[in-house]
Every structure is written in structure tokens, then in C-alpha cells.
Design a protein around this ligand. Sequence first.
Ligand code: ADP
Ligand code: MG
Length: 626
Amino acid sequence: MSSIIQLLPDHVANQIAAGEVVQRPASVVKELLENAVDARATEIKLIVKDAGKTLVQVIDNGLGMSVTDARLCFERHATSKIRLAEDLFSLHTKGFRGEALASIAAIAHVELKTRQEQEELGTHLVIEGSKFTSQEVAVLPKGTSFSVKNLFFNIPARRNFLKSDTVEFRHIVDEFERVALAHANISFMLYHNGSEMFNLPASNTRQRIVNIFGGRTNEKLVPVKESTEIVEIQGFVTKPEFAKKNRGEQFFIVNNRFIKSGYLHHAVMAAYEGLLKDGCQPGYFIYLDVPPNTIDINIHPTKTEIKFDDEHALYAIMRSSIKHSLGQFNVSPVLDFERDANLDTPYNYEAKEAVMPEVHVDRNYNPFAVEEKPVRSASMSSGSGSFSSPSFRKTQSQPAWESLYTGISTSSSEDIAEINFESEEVTGSLFNDTEVEQAVYKTYQIHKKYIVSPIKSGLLIIDQKRAHQRIMYEQFLRSITVQHAASQQLLFPLVLHYNKTELELIKEMQDALQNTGFVFAEINHDHIVVSGLPVNVSESEVSILLEELINDLQQEVPDSSFSQSDSIAKSMARSLAVKTGVLLSEREQENMVNSLFACKEPNVSPFNKPTFITLSVEDLDKRFAI
Ligand code: ADP
Ligand code: MG
């Protein structure tokens, strides 16, 4: 029988390897930056076009390569970093597999320019899909420049699989930040589509963190330092009061390499025990130095997990040293638990006293009086105007729910003239009421959670939080997409600090946010100045609202502009809607009911949960029949 096994040609093997090493433009960024660091550069420039899809270029002032090395570096398993198996146990470089450049050259157009310090002339090489297309001697600055163009040009499936520029660029910034944080002593720059995104001078760790994440970061940091036989720990954690709802800025850097570790993360969280508000997470920048032979070097090229010899000891040391730092810097007493974001409401409840819900008995109520003329519904003029939604006029096409609730009077008195029920059987107010000038129906709030109201067919039970989310969602979506909302001018503009990635997101959302009523006087490199707010947003809510919005958008990055509007409206509705546990006045309850049924889709919250249920008299009868 003839043999059938063959060795794969190099370019095929490289393309297969590339599948593992290069998942997206950010993978190229990581490999090139790490190579520049390994080449002992003191200045590294990253230039990116179209989120790396068109170009990723890294220019360094490091050691450079000889002509032979310049050609060899594209071979598989070609590395200058290890020679013997033993070297694997004393690794001090980022790379060692000699796989990255071979992989990248298999799936992109790569241009290399490099010169060693002692040489007068350098080498200029072009390699495309593993084939050298040109090699020249050239006058070049000291160091190396790799340009990687048209990534995945020969693997259309991979190219199509790439996400939007926003998403891909965020991955690039993530990689850039990780390498920049691990090497504060090297200067890093990042340009995207011609504009400077980061310019980080060589500095110490603290300055590097502040340069990346913005000026106000400095005041949030608490230093951590511990030196033991098995590990040297240093770095910073953020004060508990700056904890955020998202995982945001959390970095472990082991022997100058960014790693992820759920186990060590747990150790940090354990150190904060009792200091954090529910669901909030601190930021941390923790640098660990361990002897290279105590970690498993067999790190997958793209994975960032790592194995330590003595994880348990590390856990304990980390936890206690962070705990100690938090205690030493006396951060616990400044904690402010008084302000509970969950209790924030769009109306100024803080100023109000809690009142017991009143029980009203409608003496005019006549259970037999069914056939009545339609009456005006409750006035919509609530003090705060939160629920008034003049933009939601009844339209000719009746939503499905209306056939169930024939005759429900759902819109404000101003709108009454425009209502045109399709059904001719307008038999009277659903909320039987005899006095025209009074509220048309009664609502009761139970457990600060549900609004109940007798209706013609039985009982209506509304979930206040979900209902309000629906109302606000439609309001915001409308103001973003159709009719811009008014804004309230702030006497003293608010200055809010953000990091680069967050600011990019804010810029992207700027138009949509302005339509809702936000006015941005300035969007700067590390802060924004807000001079106007949507009418239903109070000053104290702004920073939480924007934080949650950024967080939500980072989780689920919208690709189209509609889905962006939709995500923004959803997020704002979730942040601002009245929560469970908030007492509502009678008028607010009425407004809630009115506004809900004036919505286009009153049945469900923006997150597709039911907003109300009804219990029919028959349902009730059945329950009593037992
Ligand atoms: P590895 O980094 O694992 O050694 P790479 O494929 O990333 O493998 O790089 C191969 C070799 O090319 C490196 O070992 C190094 O000698 C050389 N090299 C790569 N980038 C640079 C650079 N920016 N400056 C100098 N030499 C470099
Ligand atoms: Mg490398």
C-alpha cells in the first residue's frame, strides 16, 4: 500500500498557525508591540488605520536586525530569544516561540524596515502571503518598523468575521494599554486614522496609569507593596468609593506580562470585603514579580492565563497586602453609604417626606353603573413632568391591547379631542368614575412595587419599574430619532472625567445624547463639560447615568445607528426609571398608568418583560369558589 502522509508546505503550515496566533488586528498589535519591547526599544509608535483592518504599523528604536535576521525572522520557529530547552525556565522576553511573524506574513502584506545601530544601511523587505516580493538595502533610522497591511487578504472568511471598527479598535486599545502598563519606562504612542490617541512619555508606573486613564485617576489610587520570597507585589488599587459597576480597569502584570486570573481577582475582591457597594468592583493595577521558574511558561500564544507553582500562598499574600494598604491609607472611614443609587428617582424624592399611601373610598362608586359617557382622564400635569409625554399621541391604529380594554381613557386632557377609537363601543371609562373633574380612576400602590387599579373587567396590576422603563424608553428613543428634546441649562456646568476609551464612546454617542437634551460644552482628552441636561435627569444622576450607559455600550456594542439609539434609550431608561421600593404619590401613579397606555408597546418593558397583568372578575370568582 502506498503511503499517504505528507509534510505540509511551509506556507500552508503558517496559515494554519496564523489561525491560532492572529485572531484579529489586535493580535498583530500585541505581537509587534511585544517584539519591539523585546528588542529593547525605548520609544514605540503604533500607527493604525481603520481599526487595523487596513494597517497596523509598529515603529521602534530598538536593536534592529541584520540582513540575514530580517529574512529569517519570518521563518517558523525562528527566534533569537531561546536556544536551549532550559532557557524556557528563565524567560525574560515576551516572545520565545518564533511563530508570530511567520504567521502574520502568511495572511497579510508585510513590510519590514530595519537597521542595527552599528550598520550604516538597513534592510527593506516586503513579504506577502509568505512570499518575499522585494528586498533592498536602504537608508533607515535605527530600529525596526513593521507594517502589516490588508490583514486576512487571502482568507476572506476571517476578514468578514471581523467586527465593526469600533469593536476592533477597542481590542487594539486594550492590547496597547496592557503593554504600556507593563512597561512604564518605555515611551508609547498610538495614532488612529491620523489622530493621536495616546502619547505616553517614559515615566513611573503611577504616572503611566494616570496618563492612560486620565488625570483624576491619581486621587483614586492606593499604593500596594509587599516583598516576600515567592513574590514581589507592587502597584495600586482604587479606593472603594471609586468602585464601578463594571470591571473596567483591572490589571495583573506578572513579570512584565499582562495576565488574567480569576483566582487572583478573587483575592483582591476578598481584600475589599465589606467595603464595596453591591455589585461594584474596584480598579487595580497589580504588578507581580515571581522567579521565572515558578510559573508555567507554556503560555498559549493568544491566551493570557498563567499557572503559578504556589497559587494558594500568592492568594493569601495578595489579599493581606491589599487589605493592609486599604487600612493603612485609612480609606474605610471616608466611605459614603448614604447615597444609594438605587433609591435615586427622576423626581426629587430626597426632599420629600415618606407618606403612608392613602386609602380612598369612592363613595360615588356604583358598581352597576356601566354605561357612561367617556370622561376626561386624569390630568397629566405632574409636578416634575416625568410622566407627561405629550409626544405620545394616540394614533389611528390601535395597539392590540386596546381591544382588551375597550374604552380605557388613556391620554391627557389636551389630547382628548384627537382620540379616535376605532371601536364604536365606547361604553365609558374603564375606571368607573362619576365625577368629571376628579381623577377618573383610583390607583393604589402596594409594596412600593405595584400599582393596582380596578378596571372594568377586573383588576389591573402594573409593575412600576418596568412600566416606567417602557415610558422612558419610548420617550428617549423618540427624542433621539425623531423629535429632539428640550434641555435644562445648568448654572454651573459639570466636569466629568473619563478615560480615553470611555471618551471615544461618549463621542460616538454625542449626537444621540444631545437629542435627548444633553449639552456638551466640551469633550476633551480626559474630561467632558456638561452644560445642559435632559429635563428629566437631575444633576446628581448624571455621572451614574453616563457610567451605566458606557458600561452597557461596552458590553453590547451596537453596529447600526438604530441599534445604537435603541441601546442608549434602553440604558437611560433603565438608569432613570423609578425603582421598586419608591413610594409614588397618587398623581404619579395616575400619570404612570396614563403614560404607560399611551406607549406604543405598553405590554412589555424595553427588556421584554411584562409591564402589567390583569385579573378578571372571573379569575377572582374562581379563586373564591373554593
Ligand atoms: P519571537 O518573538 O517568539 O521570537 P517572532 O516571530 O515574534 O518570534 O519574532 C522572530 C524574531 O524576529 C525575534 O526572535 C527577533 O529576533 C526578531 N524580531 C522581531 N521583531 C523585532 C524587532 N522589532 N526588533 C528586532 N528584532 C525583532
Ligand atoms: Mg514575538
